[in-house]
Design a protein around this ligand. Structure first.
Ligand SMILES: NC(=O)c1ccc[n+]([C@@H]2O[C@H](COP(=O)([O-])OP(=O)(O)OC[C@H]3O[C@@H](n4cnc5c(N)ncnc54)[C@H](OP(=O)(O)O)[C@@H]3O)[C@@H](O)[C@H]2O)c1
Length: 299
């Protein structure tokens, strides 16, 4: 098979990566290179029945850039998603420098809406800004598209799903009319895929915030009740109880738990992102649609 473009993907075997790769696999013009710590994971998720050369797997860890450096030449675009860590801005900058030097014409980065909050309003705001600034400062940078998604619907799998299954309720420190800026990982993955398939010049150095469905805890409970066909309640807890739950039960470090406690208030003024439907060519998923698609996880 002759492909017009080769797209390199780092971090594409998770929540965002699955819909992203599924969409790109439908495009006969592109070949994909997936960077992963475990090749068998790619085969398990995306199967092995693809046309010749459609998927190349590169095994490696981005903390050691050798295998990336050895395999990036010949690719036109790079999707980049890094697990947040103290060092991830430097790691991302290093990867991006190698990519641009190797002739990559566009990088699509997963950042976060937290980068849109006032400067230094939390350590995570600074981290997300450094992540973006590191790539922006590369002298021979070409196109650099930043996606700033808000609160992933898939976060429910780390928290609320357990009490929904065991006790038909979820605990939340939000007031009943306070929204959370939800976004579906499917929308993030599909938007990244669209950008990676469209002309590089169209998106240039665009920054796209992504809030698909700001919903209150009451609306969340109603959506769960409708989809699951059983009464799911929202139980209000205090900020202190929420912090305790995040640190003691979920094992989050102080900074992360504190940010998650504050975030609904910090992002309270952010409504559904205007223009997201233009980019996606459809309305973003609602929380209810996402629950419907993932219904079995709640049974
Ligand atoms: N959760 C939220 O509400 C939220 C909000 C805004 C932004 N974000 C951002 O979204 C991203 C998380 O996306 P996600 O949910 O799709 O992630 P995920 O499901 O946790 O997947 C993580 C991906 O990163 C790869 N990875 C992790 N460590 C690696 C390493 N050392 N070397 C190579 N690859 C590595 C994994 O690949 P393998 O396992 O195959 O190696 C996998 O593809 C993060 O950047 C986070 O900051 C999250």
């Amino acid at each position: 098979m002759v492909y017009e473009e080769r797209i390199y993907l780092v971090g594409a075997t998770g929540n965002i990566g699955k819909p992203l790769v599924q969409k790109l696999l439908q495009d006969p013009k592109v070949a994909l290179t997936l960077f992963t710590r475990k090749a068998s994971k790619v085969q398990e998720i995306f199967g092995t029945d693809h046309s010749e050369g459609k998927i190349t797997i590169v095994e490696g860890d981005y903390d050691n850039k050798r295998s990336f450096e050895d395999s990036i030449t010949g690719h036109t675009r790079l999707f980049l998603l890094l697990h947040p860590s103290n060092d991830y801005a430097r790691t991302a900058q290093g990867i991006a420098e190698i990519a641009y030097n190797a002739g990559v014409k566009q990088i699509v980065l997963i950042s976060g809406i937290i980068a849109s909050l006032p400067w230094h309003s939390s350590s995570f705001n600074l981290g997300a800004r450094q992540l973006e600034q590191g790539i922006l400062s590369i002298p021979n940078k070409t196109s650099f598209v930043t996606l700033r998604p808000a609160y992933f619907m898939s976060n429910i799998f780390q928290g609320d799903v357990h009490t929904i299954k065991s006790a038909n309720k979820f605990f939340d420190s939000r007031e009943k009319d306070q929204t959370r800026p939800w976004i579906s990982p499917k929308d993030i993955g599909e938007l990244a895929a669209i950008i990676l398939q469209e002309p590089v010049e169209k998106h240039g150095d665009a920054v796209y915030e992504m809030i698909g469905d700001p919903a209150t805890p009451v609306q969340q409970a109603e959506a769960l009740t409708r989809v699951l066909g059983r009464e799911i309640a929202y139980e209000k807890i205090t900020d202190e109880q929420n912090y305790e739950m995040l640190t003691k039960q979920a094992g989050m470090p102080h900074g992360l738990a504190f940010m998650f406690t504050q975030l609904p208030v910090s992002l309270g003024q952010h409504g559904k992102t205007v223009g997201l439907s233009i980019l996606l060519g459809r309305q973003p998923q609602t929380l209810e649609q996402w629950i419907e698609e993932n219904k079995t996880a709640f049974l």
